[in-house]
Design a protein around this ligand. Structure first.
Ligand code: MSP
Length: 521
């Protein structure tokens, strides 16, 4: 079980969705995961205890059908795909603390304890059900919700009419409590636009939630503890992963003492669930009402991000325009891919991927941050043999640094990650402006200009040390390379970056941080 410190507030439990083990990781998965990673690294850097959870969603019809298509056992497919996701996250420098798989024994036990608890508290009943099922979304839709030509309204995929006995969770009973919670906690769903959508959705009566599938139709799932002929609906199974990983529910505990009444020694409740807007309803309606049903606290916040499109069109397998983050990484390295996705998409809005936009962002890195690093390090080597004298004044950029630190903290706190990153880049821009303004090359020629030159170089070096810390969450590799070029052993913590003695650093000439990339059109 992960170590905890839930009583103090300097802890952060951050989650990504668990990704379906039926397909390869793509840029959409990478984006949600980068968002979580940048926040996890930011909070660790600020001294918080962090549990960053990601993983794979391994049950349900989608997986069963994909395995059949590949003539594999579902478990074999899941094992292979979980490995693919882990490899991708390691190549893209994702610093997750726990990778959960819903086929783990611990998770299966927690799911069974959870639904048993719902049953014991009288929130589950049995009924005949008829509805339109989308395997792609793994959920039922009502006739009214269907898209044109009877398709699922989210992805436009085929649906099938299914009539069967199901167990239902009395979700409707929690509608008023949920609305109240959203109204009393204006920051609970971010951004505002998404919060309003959920409130709008809740203006209509909330139905009950089918939480089981007959095993005769779907065998690949977690059997219900009170009826082994039915398996748990995959979304219910999947959402509970957040609880399993928190350590709140001991899988070996007895029914009357399963940790539901006391979560103090665990990571529960999560501080932030990061999700795409397509899965906001499951996270902001199904999940909180299920938690109310078992009597557990709700997650503290949910952030729904937008959708990556390609040029003007939706990314989809059938259109063959799915952007492969691993291909981009092979050409540019992991950091520019992270930077592009995090900087380009206004957190919460949709954004479009085009090769031109990608290159423009790469150029920004090279021309602003890369250029600053090269000119400052080479001037320190040229004019001061790589080391500044002790006592050189280094406050020339202090006002800009103060402003930047505030803007970055504000952007991260308000989950406007693109603004935090833009503020960090702004500091590099200002430092470049300071070079132009101070003209160190003239100071070097002027007799008696020694002290002024020291001040210019020290102020710039201070800014670069701070920049290495500011860029660490988004670009851990490049930030570390930058720190190394500045003679540091590692990227310093933000508070240390402002005070560490610059005269102890030995700077050497180095190759560009962001080399030019030759491109075929
Ligand atoms: N298994 C469920 C989640 C269960 S969580 C308890 C699922 N998995 S998924 O593999 O489809 O991946 C979902 C995540 O990828 C969502 O956050 C979704 O928004 C994100 N993306 C998938 N395609 C995307 C884009 N084109 N753009 C941005 N993100 C998108 O849903």
């Amino acid at each position: 079980m992960p170590s905890t410190s839930s009583s103090s507030r300097d802890r952060q439990y951050l989650t990504t969705p668990i990704y379906y083990a039926s397909g390869e990781p793509h840029i959409g998965h990478a984006y949600t995961t980068f968002l979580a990673d940048v926040l996890a690294r930011y909070h660790r850097q600020a001294g918080s205890d962090v549990l960053f959870l990601t993983g794979t969603d391994e049950h349900g019809q989608k997986i069963q059908e994909e395995a059949a298509r590949r003539t594999m056992e579902p478990q074999e497919l899941c094992d292979a795909m979980a490995t693919r996701f882990r490899e991708a996250w390691s190549d893209l420098d994702i610093s997750y603390d726990r990778f959960i798989r819903t086929t783990e024994a611990e998770h299966r036990a927690v799911v069974r304890a959870f639904v048993q608890r719902l049953m014991d508290r009288g929130h589950i009943y049995e009924a005949e059900y008829e509805g339109w099922y989308s395997v792609h979304e793994e959920r039922f839709f009502t006739e009214k919700e269907l898209g044109p030509g009877r398709t699922d309204p989210i992805a436009g995929r085929p649906v099938e009419l299914i009539r069967e006995k199901n167990y239902f969770f009395r979700m409707s009973a929690f509608q008023d409590d949920l609305i109240r919670h959203i109204q009393e906690n204006p920051e609970w769903i971010r951004p505002e636009k998404r919060r309003n959508e959920v409130l709008g959705f809740l203006q209509n009566p909330l139905g009950d939630l089918s939480i089981s599938r007959p095993r005769s139709r779907l065998s690949w799932g977690i059997p219900l503890p009170f009826d082994e002929e039915h398996v748990t609906y995959v979304w219910v199974d999947a959402l509970i992963n957040y609880l399993t990983a928190s350590g709140a529910i001991r899988p070996d505990a007895q029914p009357d003492d399963q940790g539901f009444d006391d979560v103090r020694d665990s990571w529960w409740p999560a501080d932030l669930h990061l999700v795409g807007k397509d899965i906001l309803t499951t996270h902001s309606v199904y999940w909180p009402t299920l938690l109310m049903g078992v009597g557990l606290p709700l997650p503290r916040q949910i952030l729904a991000h937008g959708w990556w499109i390609v040029g003007e069109t939706k990314m989809s397998k059938s259109l063959g325009n799915v952007v492969d983050p691993m291909e981009l990484r092979e050409r540019f390295g992991s950091d520019p891919v992270r930077w592009f996705l995090l900087r380009e998409m206004p957190t919460g809005e949709d954004a479009s991927y085009t090769p031109e936009r990608f290159l423009a962002r790469y150029d920004e890195l090279a021309n602003v941050l890369g250029n600053l690093a090269s000119r400052v390090t080479s001037m320190i080597v040229r004019y001061r043999d790589g080391r500044l004298p002790a006592g050189a004044r280094d406050h020339g950029l202090d006002p800009a640094i103060d402003e930047t630190l505030e803007a970055v903290a504000d952007g991260m706190q308000r989950l406007r990650v693109h603004e935090a990153l833009s503020a960090a880049m702004e500091l590099a821009r200002k430092a470049n402006g300071y070079v132009e303004e101070r003209e160190p090359w003239s100071q070097a020629r002027r007799s008696g200009g020694e002290e002024d030159l020291d001040e210019t170089l020290a102020s710039l070096l201070r800014a670069l040390v701070v920049l290495s810390a500011l860029f660490l969450p988004a670009m851990p590799g490049k930030a570390t390379e930058l720190a190394t070029r500045l003679g540091l052993e590692a990227v310093p913590r933000l508070d240390q970056a402002r005070t560490l003695p610059l005269s102890e650093l030995l700077i050497r000439k180095a190759s560009p941080l962001f080399p030019r990339i030759e491109l075929e059109k």
